[in-house]
Write a protein that binds this ligand. Structure first.
Ligand SMILES: [Zn+2]
Length: 784
């Protein structure tokens, strides 16, 4: 015997190098037997709200509901799976002899293989080696690799890999996907009964067929619950209640609450990832419901699409993103994310102009702006109600969205400057040069995205909020991602006081009856808001701002079809107010006192008061506005002793002249202004011996006094042009021509105005820059 042992010893000693090499080789194979990435399968894209609730999930490319791996394993599921599959999991090194022996005993007593004695670690390896047959050799590989896996990862990481990749019946993979698919909740929120069901499933995923094997599956679950009770994981009461819980029925569909936001993320490289967004699920649901209710009403009028965006001003985040409405008919373009689509702006840009002009100090809120018929480079803007007020305060021009005064304001501000301002405010779709847009830029000649518009309003709100708490202003990006800062392109050039005045002008909710389509909205909080309607009734906009939120609404047809009644106030504003109604209320913005100065303002003209203005108010205005011009409307005129006639030095003795202060408007302005202001006093006429034309710098050459005009005909029998002609004492003077209160145009230097008057009586009025005018009546006779 001793001899045999000695012989072996010698043999081993002689072969010791071979043993050593085999040992090293084995160690090397073992060290490198695990692939870097155990699981490479594609995963679902999962969009979550700010509290982790699922807003939607997109199935993985291989048709499996496999969620991206989560960072932890739910406590109950962890306890259940360890109890069910591998009680020694926390202590073994990848393999468990006890489990082997137990499995062997079980198999022998049953006379067939009922248990493999695999640990969770071994099963994780098996899951990663998809499609391998269940042979002894394969089992050996699993054992081998499992011990290596235990070296690479800690227990928590191993069980997490297992929980993320375990088959859960049908095309559902992993505990999180199964929890959402079968119970509509996160695995963290599952009960003991639900967690236990998911723990027994990977062992027999085929049992999860609805309608089949229900009793067998329930018995398995209940046996596991019993074991958990015996281990003290749950108490008697919880156990009894758990047994009562039925198995889930047909899996409910996963929510699809923000499909357009999901698409946006996928297009930005978030496919197959779990996306923690800033959306508030409750607000998102409320917005969807609100839009759906209005959608039913709008569809009756052939309007099929709508979009709503809600921004949170405090957190600089997106609270709700509804890119479109669901339509049954795919023709209606429900897939289009209108929040990101450039659409015609209508009047929605007007507040930006108002803010820009306050900012540079070229207007005051109550400053009169002309509202009379006008033609600008062949372009004749009209107000929505087709009426003219003569002159209106700038603030009212904005709140009533009057086109003519706003165009007048843009003309004064300058199209290139406004064009540049819109770009600075982050409007990314103002692509064409400013000359291309012209004055139509303010009336819907441009296109903008609901996103850009809302972010611009959001930044304006931030200017006010930041100023109140003394923070320096920085560009803000509103992001829909919780862990990523999206820098905005908003340039902080607006003064807080300019924003304050703009929002206050947008606050006016009591509007006059003559404003077409006006309707009253019940609201318990202050909301600065503006609507817009594009040319041809193709787009209806409404955007509102409070201290806490910006809500933007677009309504229309994705294919661009216009519909009568597709008007901002009628179609979009009701949605805006219904959305605001359910959002938390907020106080109004704090007034930026430090950014404002007191000024004496003429009550009638809204300009800074001159020495002769009669009613003067002391008010706080944006400090920039201190450089606006003083009131040009109040002028000193001279009357005769009776006070009923005007006189001048050429026809009256100076000591006989009575000075008086009057609001003097241009005749064309006055003629419209009088109709809206019955108390307005026109200037008295000149006394007959003070013929005003004597020292009038304007002289009318054609038509002559009391003349009759025959409209000439061209050789092809078409009506020809009449050419009016005037002269001005100053060679560089500009004259403004009006025929029957319709503005014809202006002339400088050579004063000839081409016109085609219809047969009948007409009045021609020409006004110069200083308000001097000449008026002449004439008769036109057409061809007999
Ligand atoms: Zn005045």
């Amino acid at each position: 015997m001793l001899r045999i042992i000695k012989k072996w010893k010698n043999w081993i000693w002689r072969k010791r190098y071979y043993f050593f090499v085999v040992l090293i080789a084995n160690a090397l194979v073992w060290a490198f037997c695990l692939p870097d990435q155990l699981f490479n399968e594609p995963t679902c894209t999962v969009l979550k709200d700010k509290n982790g609730a699922i807003l939607g999930a997109r199935i993985a490319d291989d048709g499996q509901w496999r969620f991206p791996p989560s960072s932890s394993v739910p406590k109950k599921f962890r306890a259940a799976i360890i109890e069910f599959e591998d009680r020694q999991f926390n202590t073994h090194w990848g393999i468990s002899m006890r489990a082997f022996i137990r499995a062997l005993k079980q198999n022998l007593s049953e006379g067939r293989v009922v248990s493999g004695g695999s640990t969770i670690t071994m099963q994780t390896i098996r899951l990663s080696r998809k499609g391998k047959s269940r042979s002894y050799w394969e089992k050996l590989i699993e054992v081998y690799m499992a011990t290596r896996l235990e070296w690479r990862f800690n227990k928590e990481e191993i069980i997490r890999l297992y929980a993320s990749n375990a088959p859960m019946g049908g095309n559902v993979v992993g505990v999180e996907a199964a929890a959402w698919r079968y119970f509509g909740r996160s695995a963290d929120d599952l009960s003991w009964a639900e967690s236990s069901l998911l723990a027994v499933l990977p062992n027999a995923p085929s049992l999860m067929h609805p309608g089949k094997n229900r009793e067998k599956l329930k018995a398995k679950r209940d046996r596991l619950l019993r074991r958990l009770l015996e281990n003290g994981e749950l108490d008697e009461v919880d156990y009894e209640l758990a047994l009562e819980e039925p198995l889930p029925l047909k899996p409910p569909n996963l929510p699809q609450l923000a499909p357009h936001l999901m698409n946006r993320f996928i297009s930005k490289g978030w496919k197959g990832k779990s996306i923690q967004s800033t959306i508030d699920k409750d607000i998102q649901k409320h917005v969807i419901n609100t839009v759906n209710v209005h959608h039913r009403r709008l569809m009756e009028n052939g309007i099929h699409n709508a979009a709503v965006l809600v921004l949170d001003l405090e957190n600089k985040t997106v609270e709700s993103y509804v890119g479109n409405v669901k339509n049954k008919d795919p023709e209606h373009g429900s897939h289009v994310d209108v929040i990101q689509a450039p659409r015609s702006t209508g009047s929605i840009l007007k507040p930006y102009l108002y803010a820009g002009m306050l900012n540079e100090g070229s207007i005051l809120p109550d400053m009169l702006v002309e509202d009379v018929p006008m033609i600008l480079s062949g372009y004749a803007p009209k107000n929505y109600n087709e009426q003219f007020d003569g002159a209106v305060p700038a603030r009212r021009a904005l709140s009533r969205s009057l086109n003519v005064p706003i165009v007048k304001m843009l003309q004064e501000y300058g199209v290139p400057k406004f064009h540049n301002q819109l770009k600075k405010m982050g409007l990314t779709t103002i692509h064409r040069p400013s000359s291309d847009y012209g004055l139509a830029l303010i009336l819907g000649g441009a296109e903008a995205k609901l996103w850009d518009l809302c972010v611009a309003y959001g930044n304006m709100g931030t200017i006010l909020n930041d100023y109140a708490i003394g923070f320096p202003n920085e560009p803000v990006g509103f992001s829909s991602l919780q862990d990523r800062e999206e820098k905005g392109s908003f340039d902080y050039f607006l003064e807080p006081s300019a924003v304050w005045e703009t929002f206050n002008a947008m606050l006016e909710v009591a509007r006059p009856d003559d404003d077409a389509n006006w309707q009253t909205f019940e609201t318990s909080q202050r909301i600065a808001w503006k609507t817009g309607t594009s040319f041809g009734f193709r787009d209806a906009w409404a955007i509102g701002v409070t201290r806490k939120y910006v809500v933007g609404v677009w309504v229309g047809n994705a294919d661009g079809e216009g519909r009568p009644g597709l008007v901002g106030v009628k179609a979009a504003a009701p949605i805006l107010f219904d959305v605001f109604d359910r959002l938390p209320k907020a106080e109004w913005f704090p007034k930026p006192f430090d950014n404002m100065s007191t000024a004496m303002i003429c009550r009638e003209s809204g300009h800074r008061a001159s020495q002769i203005c009669e009613n003067v108010d002391t008010v706080l205005v944006p400090s920039t506005c201190l450089k606006t011009t003083v009131c040009p409307y109040h002028q000193t005129i001279y009357l005769d002793k009776t006070g009923s006639y005007r006189v001048h030095g050429g026809c009256e003795m100076v000591h006989e002249m009575v000075p008086a202060t009057r609001l003097v408007l241009q005749p064309i302005v006055e003629s419209y202004y009088k109709t809206k202001h019955p108390k307005f006093k026109s200037l008295p006429p000149f006394r007959s011996d003070c013929d005003s034309e004597q020292d009038n710098p304007i002289a009318l050459i054609y038509p002559k006094k009391q003349s009759t005009i025959y409209v000439p005909l061209t050789f092809d029998e078409k009506k020809g042009n009449t050419i009016f002609e005037a002269k001005h004492r100053e060679s560089k003077a500009t004259l403004f021509w009006h025929l029957d209160d319709q503005y014809l145009g202006e002339t400088t230097g050579i004063h000839q105005q081409v016109c085609q008057p219809k047969p009948g009586e007409h009045t021609l009025t020409i006004i110069d820059h200083s308000g001097r005018s000449i008026t002449r009546q004439f008769l036109v006779i057409g061809k007999e």
